[in-house]
Design a protein around this ligand. Structure first.
Ligand code: FAD
Length: 385
């Protein structure tokens, strides 16, 4: 079989090999405990910071790794295969730093990105509101000019890393008359008076990657406006989500591969009625279906990643490829993990194996960063056009 990651450079391969070892030694062994205790993945993110992973999405000029999008896909999948919570907190941080990279002024990039890339400052991306999730253009959070700066008022919900992050990129309406063109983005540092957070939500999975409801009643300085221009926020958020959707696909690949590997190892070992499970054709078909679902998800995600690199070099968007990759990977990974659990029988339903945790961690992939229904809407709109 040819190497499925043949497109990576030698240097990128080395980066991924080192990351894989680090994740196997220091992150995967803590995944079950993280799930049980629901403790935020601070230590795991610090470990990733040391490996250059907190800035792997950024160019070298801002302290990032400068790796290709397929290499980033592989790297995020490696982290997710070790611990879904860690990968989710990591990719939420990418949404914040990508917001600054795409929409920020040079001064904002220089001020925030190198620290974020080193893992010294954690980011959060605050778009969703209690009444605006799938349709963020309907957001109510308002920013008005006040005393040479801004007054930011409103609420955000389900914000990954929200209360833990050192800085947040918060999207808010600056001109209600202009609909989505009246949305802008603001950099809000941790500890800003009037920024409040509740306790983390009690989620089904990804328990070590906390999500928060945030209250906003803050005064911000003039230069908190991302990019220094109003009305660019929605466009920035959509471009960030194109990247983010490939990173969701990466999380799905990592989690699905871990479930599949557990199930295959189990099926080889398990003897029923004197026969190994793998002698049964029904079981072999389940393994074939998992392999096919995984391969198709990986190919679509790699294609989207290649399009991401091409778009970044030549301008343009890759929304269709990103939506397809996210939709297919999240649905395929859900099926793979469910099949893996089935293959383990009763043991699959216990916490003795990681598969039940993976099933729970994966469920949100069909909802966040645009649900499956929203991805189908984006894909069909592009095809109809
Ligand atoms: C663990 C977790 C982490 C998250 N992290 C972040 C984060 O870091 N930052 C952030 O901003 N947000 C984050 N979110 C929010 C997430 O992106 C939203 O939950 C998601 O976009 C869906 O929005 P909603 O929950 O308001 O659902 P709704 O928009 O109310 O949707 C409800 C249902 O209706 C369907 N639906 C909605 N509109 C349509 C339509 N037009 N056509 C067909 N069906 C439709 C949806 O698919 C869904 O099934 C996170 C959520 C969770 C649970």
């Amino acid at each position: 079989m040819t190497d499925p990651w043949h497109m990576l450079s030698e240097e990128e391969r080395l980066f991924c090999d080192v990351l894989e070892r680090l994740c196997a030694e220091r992150i995967a062994p803590r995944a079950a405990e993280t799930d049980e205790t629901a403790r935020f993945v601070h230590d795991q993110l610090a470990t990733l910071g040391g490996a250059g992973m907190m800035g792997a999405n950024l160019p070298e000029e801002y302290g990032g790794g400068g790796i290709s999008a397929p290499a980033l896909l592989r790297a995020v999948a490696i982290v997710a295969g070790a611990c879904g919570s860690t990968a989710s907190a990591l990719t939420a941080h990418y949404l914040a730093t990508d917001s600054i990279l795409i929409g920020g002024t040079e001064a904002q990039k220089q001020a925030l990105l190198p620290g974020a890339a080193e893992g010294r400052a954690l980011g959060a991306f605050a778009l969703t509101e209690p009444t605006a999730g799938s349709d963020p253009a309907d957001m109510k959070t308002r920013a008005r000019r006040e005393g040479g700066g801004w007054r930011l008022e409103g609420a955000k919900c389900f914000i990954s890393n929200g209360a833990v992050a050192d800085f947040l990129v918060v999207y808010a309406v600056t001109d209600p008359a202009r609909a989505h063109r009246g949305i802008s983005a603001f950099i809000v540092p941790k500890g800003t008076p009037g920024l409040s957070a509740g306790a983390p939500e009690r989620t089904m999975g990804l328990k070590g990657g906390h999500v928060f409801t945030l209250g906003l009643d803050c005064h911000l300085p003039e230069d908190a406006l991302l990019g220094g221009v109003e009305g660019q926020g929605f466009k920035t958020a959509m471009q960030v989500l194109d990247n983010g959707r490939i990173e969701v696909a990466a999380q799905c690949l990592g989690l699905a591969e871990a479930a599949m590997a557990t199930a295959i190892a189990y099926a080889k070992d398990r003897v029923i009625g004197g026969q190994p499970l793998t002698d049964r054709q029904a079981i072999r078909f389940m393994i074939a279906d998992m392999g096919l679902a995984f391969q198709s998800a990986r190919l679509l995600a790699q294609d989207a990643a290649r399009q991401r690199d091409a778009a970044h070099k030549g301008g343009g968007r890759f929304s269709l490829a990103a939506s397809m990759a996210k939709l297919h990977a999240s649905e395929a990974a859900g099926r793979i993990a469910d099949t893996a659990l089935q293959l383990l029988g009763g043991y699959g339903y216990t916490r003795d194996f990681p598969v039940e945790r993976i099933v729970r961690d994966l469920r949100i992939m069909r909802i966040y960063e645009g649900s499956s229904e929203i991805q189908r809407s984006i894909i069909s709109a592009q095809l109809l056009a």
